[in-house]
Design a protein around this ligand. Structure first.
Ligand SMILES: Cc1ncc(COP(=O)(O)O)c(C=O)c1O
Length: 346
């Protein structure tokens, strides 16, 4: 384990900066090019109410019911990204620790709010799997992703639960939890763990990155603290409509079906990548993207761009270097064409 406080990476770099006209997007982890028709129709129907200020109650109740919790344990946010800013603004951690490699916005938000941030770096040799003993005992705020972006590794719920204790806020970023069939390692329904904050996103699976919608699940006192830091009406009426409908049993069943399809497509991509010389997959991918190590990441990424493919650079993630690239799981035809190109370049 390494605890670092220096900043070598561009924490504010994200996959959306890597896509562009004429490029097949394997860099952004949003599932579809557009939300499904039933969801888009619901968004359109919500436009008639735009003259009124947003009312969060029905969405809050629907999300609470979806996770078997009371509405007072739910806060709708403008994407998971807003939740990280609210946490950074509302809490006053003396020793915040972020488990890396992971999505960089939680650390960026904590730093922007003036908090020092320590890092626990999980190692490729251990398959990027969380060992709770690596987290310093005196950490009073711990942030960990599950499944983790960019490693795609799914940590056991027991490892995460072992990090919870009185006097500590444990933030589990579950932005990609719904990409895992059955969500077996999710803590979203756990009400017994002290200081637990689960952050969820609706932008990935539902193709709603531009709408900005997600939510926090936590004890009422934490939810109230975060709500007090949130701007008024931060979540728009269409975003609330999306949250309400995406929490319905039919939508949850649809997400489950998507997750099962995704698992098959990911297995196909992983099998193809495993065949390639000089491509290493560290850890067991469980989400909608796969992290690989190659001999010369920057050169390969540039060559792929020349050939029409945008993959996500790995070097802006703490704990990874230039040899790492993240590849989104897409449909079989896209994957096959991509792997053919990759094989030629290698
Ligand atoms: C792990 C992780 N958490 C949260 C987010 C932010 O999601 P949202 O679009 O809901 O703000 C992302 C976006 O890339 C992510 O990768």
């Amino acid at each position: 384990v390494t605890l670092k406080t220096d900043l070598d990476e561009d924490l504010r770099h994200h996959g959306d900066a890597e896509v562009g006209a004429g490029l097949v997007d394997l860099a952004v982890n949003v599932r579809a090019g557009a939300p499904p028709a039933w969801l888009a129709n619901r968004l359109v129907a919500s436009l008639g109410a735009l003259a009124s200020y947003p009312v969060a109650g029905p969405a809050r109740a629907a999300v609470a019911a979806r996770h078997g919790r009371p509405p007072g344990e739910v806060l709708l946010t403008a994407g998971a990204a807003e939740a990280f800013v609210l946490l950074a603004r509302a809490l006053e951690p003396q020793r915040a620790v972020v488990v890396h490699p992971q999505f960089t916005e939680p650390e960026a938000a904590l730093r922007a709010a003036g908090h020092p941030v320590g890092r626990v770096l999980l190692s490729a040799d251990q398959g990027f799997l969380l060992d709770p003993a690596l987290v310093p005992e005196d950490a009073d705020l711990v942030v960990v992703g599950n499944p983790t972006n960019p490693t795609s590794v799914l940590h056991p719920a027991a490892s995460l639960a072992a990090l919870a204790r009185p006097g500590r806020t444990l933030v589990v970023d579950e932005a990609f939890a719904d990409t895992v069939p059955g969500e077996p390692e999710s803590l979203a329904g756990r009400r017994d763990l002290p200081g637990l904050v689960v952050v969820r996103s609706l932008t990935k699976t539902w193709g709603l990155a531009g709408l900005r919608v997600g939510y926090v699940l936590a004890a009422p006192a934490i939810v109230d603290q975060l709500a007090a830091a949130q701007p008024l009406w931060a979540v728009s009426t269409p975003a609330l409509a999306a949250a309400e409908v995406c929490a319905s049993p039919v939508a949850v069943a649809t997400a489950e079906e998507y997750a099962r399809e995704l698992s098959a497509e990911r297995a196909h991509l992983v099998a193809a990548l495993t065949e390639l010389p000089g491509v290493i997959i560290a850890g067991r991918p469980a989400s909608s993207f796969v992290l690989v190590r190659v001999a010369d990441g920057p050169a390969l990424r540039a060559a792929l761009r020349e050939r029409g493919y945008a993959v996500r650079r790995g070097d802006t993630f703490p704990g990874l270097g230039a040899g790492w690239l993240r590849i989104a799981v897409r449909d079989r035809a896209t994957t096959d064409a991509f792997v053919t190109t990759l094989r030629e370049l290698l």
